[in-house]
Ligand binder design. Structure first.
Ligand code: NIG
Ligand code: FE
Length: 429
């Protein structure tokens, strides 16, 4: 990071607050009590004790925000979402509660395919508007960066439609959106008898089109018994890497197909879910610095009993991120705060691990650790301001939202009194 000298002129100063900086090279919250933070040109330029602010700087700064003792954290980062989708899967939820399993429903043409049908049928505007509601719910809880995957189109035109909506959300709202192409999410019915033919379509047509249109930064796949085999997944990863994409993988969610080790072999940013991850997979992730993205919402909502091996991941020094997995089938969730609570209560993370998991470690899962995820000079001025008495309170609550303000690129974009504004005058909803 750049040095921490305060420039002569600033755009804004944020004072009378406590900071959980989550800065690199520390394991804790990085607490700075009675601190202040200075912003210039959309970046954090200085952080320090308020008592160290130079004489006269307040007078020379156009906007000084006295936060009255609130806590400031980095803007939250939701690093694994399927936030763009149409419809819902309430019927499937009822079937599961009457005894059907997620895998059975998927094998009978429901599950991901029922959302694919809804996305294919939806016009682009409708898909956008349905997704906006979820994005705004996340923003209200402090999210300033999120990843959004395609993967409910599964044909070239419908995947492009999803990616266009994903890009539009990033343009219209004060959030950084990382678009991920997930063409290998499920086998579309057109290829029921020819799964390798669908992989050919992805490798030969869809990936090159996504690359030439600049429509995605990363490529993901679902390596699972009900989705794609390791050999099919490997073809997607290899093609993606050769086109310059970053890669990630849905791995070891329902069974152990050694997906995490495969992801590590291709230099993946992250392997995600990981309930069935074994020792070799952990070692491969540790060796290759692959972030483990934990998704307690999916574990909870599918009533899974096998937990990801958190103790072993921790012992091996694998970074653990936490995310909503926002999607209609396995985690219809827009609450990063609830995921922090569930990461603690269901998976055994500590509150500080949960907050690191949804800030700095999530930034690593997106390859954005030099720009976001902690309060440090040189990073984007993205932060959330909370009415809490200590940082662990963010993991402690179940429901309720103590987020008072959300700041993106140095500007207030959400105020709690009116959390449903876009923060931009030119976007009318
Ligand atoms: O991350 N595991 C695969 N994909 C999603 C679920 C998608 C769905 O059921 O619609 C997940 O859990
Ligand atoms: Fe997912």
């Amino acid at each position: 990071m750049t040095d921490n000298r305060i420039p002569d002129s600033l755009d804004s100063l944020w004072t009378t607050c406590h900071l959980a900086t989550l800065r690199a090279g520390e394991d804790g919250y990085g607490v700075l009590n009675n601190g202040a933070l200075a912003v210039k040109d959309k970046k954090i330029v200085w952080i320090g004790p308020e008592s160290n602010l130079p004489e006269g700087i307040r007078r020379r700064t156009p906007t000084v925000h006295n936060l009255g003792g609130a806590w400031v954290t980095p803007g939250l980062i939701d690093c694994h979402t399927h936030l763009v989708y149409a419809g819902n899967r309430t019927g499937e939820f009822e079937r599961r509660l009457n005894g059907a399993t997620y895998e059975e429903i998927t094998r009978h043409g429901g599950g991901i395919m029922s959302t694919v049908n809804a996305v294919r049928a939806a016009d682009e505007e409708d898909l956008y508007m349905q997704s906006v509601l979820r994005l705004k719910a996340m923003q209200a809880e402090g999210v300033t960066t999120l990843e959004i995957k395609s993967g409910y189109g599964l044909d070239p035109e419908s995947e492009m439609k999803m990616l266009r909506v994903i890009h539009r959300l990033g343009r219209d709202f004060p959030v950084n959106v990382m678009p991920t192409f997930l063409g290998a999410h499920a086998l579309p019915p057109e290829y029921r008898d020819d799964p390798d033919g669908y992989i050919d379509l992805i490798v030969d047509k869809m990936l090159p089109a996504v690359a030439s249109g600049g429509l995605a930064v990363a490529v993901d796949a679902f390596c699972e018994r009900i989705a794609f085999s390791p050999a099919q997944t490997e073809r997607v990863l290899r093609a993606a890497v050769s086109l310059g994409f970053k890669v990630k993988l849905h791995a070891e969610q329902l069974s152990d197909l050694k997906g995490a080790a495969l992801a590590a072999q291709y230099g993946a940013l992250s392997a995600d879910h990981l309930e069935y991850l074994d020792k070799d997979g952990i070692a491969a992730m540790a060796r290759n610095h692959v972030t483990a993205v934990l998704l307690p919402g999916a574990f909870y909502f599918l009533q899974e009993t096998k937990k990801p091996p958190v103790n072993h991941l921790r012992a091996a020094g694998v970074r653990m991120a936490v995310s909503t997995d926002c999607n209609p089938g396995s985690s219809p969730c827009t609450s990063p705060l609830l995921m922090m609570n569930m990461a603690c209560m269901l998976f055994g993370l500590t509150p500080v691990e949960a907050l690191r998991g949804i800030t700095i470690h999530a930034a690593h899962a997106l390859g954005m650790e030099d720009k976001a995820g902690s309060l440090e000079p040189g990073k984007r001025a993205d932060f959330a301001i909370w009415d809490i008495s200590e940082p662990a309170e963010l993991s402690y609550g179940m429901g309720g939202n103590p987020c008072r303000l959300v700041v993106k690129d140095g500007e207030i974009v959400i105020r709690r009194e009116d959390p449903y504004t876009t923060g931009r005058d030119d976007v009318v909803l």
